[in-house]
Design a protein around this ligand. Structure first.
Ligand code: DON
Length: 565
């Protein structure tokens, strides 16, 4: 009897305890909090460099230049001076700016340069080696950003990167094994074996020193854009091209210009969304998705989440079909920006949405969206004045063209693959294109990069972006929705499992960690094909919380880190 009582009593106790535990509010996960300023980037050393510049009184654009250059040293798989990117800036005075420093096709490029004599596509040539590179834009971009919006002395912003390249930095275990694996490709595609990179099997703790890159960065520090597009660095690039059958010329380098563009500005509920327009498709896709979503009530509670994912997928398949037909470099093709964002167009586009059933995308083309690596890089910065920078930059694939410019010590992009190399032939992210994104000399290839800033009531609210090829706009979309609709902290929004769909291939890709079979079965019941894949994107974001603190959220999928004060 005693035993029974005590057993009963302990059951009651356990039940009460369980009730108490289940009534506890779910513990929130919060990113790094700081009261003044914040940098979130793909590498802890780069975030530190940015934070130091901010502490010295530099503004967000100063820090962005320093972080960009530091990433070119410590994150060579995507950080770069041999690639390009996009920067969106919201100044504390409420003005918006967006800088397009996307690579351009060399003047000798031709529409059919990646087709063989039978007209078959040659993706090996658009993706690897010397012919895969567009004319790099990063150095001109950083110079232009600094000239217009920077405040500190240029040299001070480049010095930290020079030091990291000259003195080296110790590799983590993951970096060491990545570098060792990447060496095979660098050896194969560079015209001269870059032995400082490929000469050993890297181990954790090894110090990676890049003397040629230190010299190139010193020339950029001392001569600005001329230090890269002229003089010995330009000679090294052109010599590399000549040895490897590439087509970038001195004239291409001299003529490269990044461009200030009018940012795309849209609204989602009570937030204003400031993002990148053409030649990126990212901002357009993001605003189209948010524009449609606004008319639908959504929830992430229980099975309602499957309804949201179905809705999201149906938006993605229609919008990525628009991407293929209408989006390209607006300097060459009349991209119907306002038409694509028009509310009436979006409602009409979504008229045939069936909440119960998937609309099959006509399955004639398979892409390889499921195997991409996350080798672009994004960083978000807010300074103590409230200026904000959202910047995404890339070589395109991991280590770009895998050509390391002998003598100059940096890797060139393989951005030419972002053009439509043949109508209907998918690029390395499985996305399609045609006339709007065909190759033309001097044209910029269509991008998906989506550096974005949100404001609410005229005040800075969020800075967000990510790598991930075609998954970029949909990951940015999810981060925003997770915070604004699902009440998550910035860190929780970043950590949350991601899903992606893009018209073709006609599947929903989901991260393999996602363990909710009920949701997956509900989606299958609506006719969706589901495909598991590794991590989608690396969202690095900053939220201005209601208490005024900055929450820096670094994506745990990579070695990304926040640093603030
Ligand atoms: O501009 C673009 O959309 C691509 N070149 C981005 C590549 C990328 O994000 C690679 N990482 N997955």
């Amino acid at each position: 009897m005693k035993d029974y009582l005590s057993a009963g009593a302990s059951w009651v106790l356990i039940s009460i305890l369980a009730l108490v535990i289940s009534c506890q509010p779910k513990e929130t996960t919060t990113g790094l909090l700081a009261t003044n300023a914040m940098v979130v980037s793909a590498h802890p050393l780069a975030s530190e460099v940015g934070n130091e510049i901010l502490k010295q009184g530099g503004n967000a654009v100063d820090a962005a230049v320093a972080v960009h250059m530091a990433l070119a040293v410590v994150y060579p798989q995507a950080g770069n001076i041999g690639g390009g990117g996009f920067m969106v800036v919201r100044k504390a005075d409420g003005s918006y700016h967006s800088l397009d420093y996307r690579e351009k096709a060399p003047m000798a490029a031709e529409r059919d340069m990646y087709l063989d004599e039978n007209g078959d596509a040659l993706p090996e040539k658009s993706q690897n080696g010397h012919l895969a590179s567009g004319v790099p834009g990063s150095v001109d971009g950083m110079v232009k950003a600094h000239e217009k919006l920077g405040s500190m002395e240029w040299a001070k912003l480049i010095d930290p990167a020079i030091k990291l390249a000259a003195e080296g930095f110790p590799l983590t275990e993951n970096e060491a094994s990545y570098y060792t694996r990447a060496s095979e490709n660098l050896k194969k595609y560079s015209s001269v074996d870059p032995v400082h990179f490929t000469g050993k099997a890297w181990k954790e703790g090894d110090v990676f020193v890049q003397p040629q890159l230190a010299t190139t960065l010193t020339l950029i520090r001392d001569h600005g854009r001329e230090g890269f597009y002229g003089g010995s660095v330009a000679d090294f690039i052109v010599a590399e091209m000549e040895r490897g059958g590439g087509i970038i010329s001195h004239e291409d380098l001299t003529n490269y210009e990044s461009a200030w563009r009018t940012p795309l500005v849209g609204a989602y509920k009570d937030a204003t969304v400031i993002t990148m327009g053409p030649p990126s498709s990212g901002g357009l896709i993001l605003l189209q998705m948010l524009g449609i979503l606004e008319d639908y009530p959504i929830s992430n509670k229980n099975t309602a989440y499957a309804e949201y994912l179905h809705l999201k997928t149906e938006m993605e398949r229609r919008i990525f079909a628009d991407r293929a037909a209408y989006m390209g470099d607006a300097d060459f093709f009349p991209v119907p920006v306002s038409g694509l964002l028009d509310k009436a167009y979006l409602s009409q586009r979504f008229e045939d949405f069936d909440p119960e059933l998937a609309t099959p995308s006509d399955r004639i083309m398979e892409g390889n969206v499921l195997t991409m690596s996350e080798e672009t890089t994004h960083f978000s910065i807010v300074d103590s004045q409230g200026n904000a920078v959202s910047c995404t930059t890339t070589l395109n694939g991991g280590m770009g063209s895998k050509v390391l410019v002998d003598g100059a010590g940096f890797i060139l992009n393989n951005e030419m693959d972002d053009f439509s190399i043949k109508p209907g032939f998918p690029n390395m992210f499985g996305v399609l294109g045609g006339e709007a994104n065909k190759i033309e000399p001097g044209k910029r290839m269509l991008s998906s990069m989506t550096p974005t800033i949100l404001e609410k009531n005229g005040e800075l609210y969020m800075v967000v972006g990510t790598p991930g090829g075609s998954t970029i706009p949909t990951s940015v979309f999810q981060a925003i929705v997770n915070v604004m609709d699902f009440d998550m902290s910035m860190q929780e929004a970043v950590n949350e499992n991601r899903f992606h769909s893009q018209w073709k291939p006609d599947v929903i890709a989901y991260e393999k960690e996602f363990a909710n079979n009920e949701i997956l079965e509900l989606l299958q019941a609506k006719g969706h094909e589901l495909v598991e894949r590794g991590g989608i994107g690396r969202v690095d974001a900053i939220l201005v919380r209601e208490d005024g603190q900055l929450e820096g959220a670094a994506d745990p999928r990579g070695m990304d880190a926040a640093s603030g004060y």
